[in-house]
Design a protein. Structure first.
Length: 68
C-alpha cells in the first residue's frame, strides 16, 4: 500500500513547482483520472488501474512525465 498516495504526492510537488493553481489543477487531473485525488490516503489500498489512470491524466494536464 501507499504507491497511489506517493504518486499523488509527486503530482502535488509538480503542481507546486510549476506554480499552478492547486485546486484547479487537482480537479482537472481528477476528472481525467476518474476519481477525486483528495480521497486517497496513505492507507488507501493500491489499485494498478487507478495508478495508470492517474499517470495518464497527470502527464496530460501537467505536460511533463511523472516519476511513477
Amino acid at each position: 500500500m501507499g504507491r497511489l498516495y506517493d504518486a499523488i504526492q509527486s503530482v502535488e510537488s509538480i503542481i507546486q513547482a510549476k506554480g499552478l493553481n492547486p485546486s484547479e489543477t487537482r480537479g482537472m487531473i481528477g476528472m481525467k483520472a476518474g476519481f477525486f485525488l483528495v480521497i486517497i490516503r496513505p492507507d488507501t489500498e493500491d489499485d494498478p488501474e487507478k495508478l495508470a489512470s492517474l499517470k495518464r491524466a497527470a502527464e496530460d494536464v501537467l505536460g511533463v512525465r511523472v516519476p511513477f
